[in-house]
Design a binder for this molecule. Sequence first.
Ligand code: MSS
Length: 366
Amino acid sequence: AAAAKPLPAYAGWKSPDALIVHSSSTLETRRSAFGTSVITPSNQLYVRNNLPAPDAAILDNRDAWTVAIEGVKSPRSLTLAELKTLGVETVATVLQCSGNGRGFFPSKPSGTPWSVGAAGCVVWSGVPLRNVVAALGGLADGAAYLTGTGGEKLPEGVDPLTVLVERSVPVKAMDDALLAWEMNGEPLSLAHGGPLRLVVPGYQGVNNIKYVKRVAFTSAQSQARIMSHGYRMSPPGSKASPDQPSVWEMGVKSWINGPLPDKGALKPGQVQVHGVAFGGTRGIKSVEVSADGGKTWLAAKLIGPDLGPFAWRQFALPVRLEAGTHVLASRATDTAGNVQAEQREENLGGYNNASWRDHAVTVTVA
Ligand code: MSS
């Protein structure tokens, strides 16, 4: 087998055993590393960067970092030190790349072939964005989108709009959004967007802008390519275009993290089938588990603490497995009654895969 790629320097503090290094800008958590403790430890959390991460020097004086707030009655720049005076809130969210599960598309869309590990559940601390807006006189007229801009240095000689990481989400997302400086109880690392990140709970990863330099309430969506053409639900065979749906709110999804086939055959007897389930902005009502590839389902138990609607819930079900081959699947229902779909929605970019069938695991008992 080829030697595992080393961790890139900016993520060198991560646990190599827990991660699959696809490239220097795409690290995936191993399915077997998720465990059952709800929170994903920072050193096991996936990383996805569309541009090279900024120089670590941007963390030298965190409190001096500035973010420009536009599209409010009194627009201006605020330092991180000033933001910290406006309020503090803590929220647990699922951070998931919109391409998580792309590896299950038989069409092999271009992009990282993530399995389940471009996701984690983490705790953020920061100031509620609505507090910042209130401090600046409220929203200006015509605000339809919340637009966040990343603080990367852009490569020279190219049209900035083709590389800029700038995303717009519907302005209603402001109610839950945070400008976060802490993750899992530590100052936010460079890999995850330190010193300051726009966190949009319940929305796909790409909308959670790292090293955020500008937050603007705009009447139109960003013209950056990553917004206009990237991260769209483009039908197979089509060309990406701004009129196709963007990857915004996450749908209801779950998957099994154990038992997994990677340790070889299991012994006959009882196993605890366990995994995670989340419902975007809506939270989880229930999870069912099947040990026969989806023919019959049993209600699993939600275990561990409920960290709110944006976090994932752990589930477990004791199942007796006799000798043979078993297809283990999970299917979640969110609090609005949406049931996780059996099939993925085919699309060019391999986004939003929540298919329970794709996420099923086959184990052998002998
Ligand atoms: N931000 C910025 N600034 N830059 C970049 O690149 N990316 C995205 C987000 N944000 C970016 C940003 C993506 S795309 C994702 S997923 C996320 O981020 C990730 O995160 P982490 O922390 O994990 O790395 Mo897909 O949908």
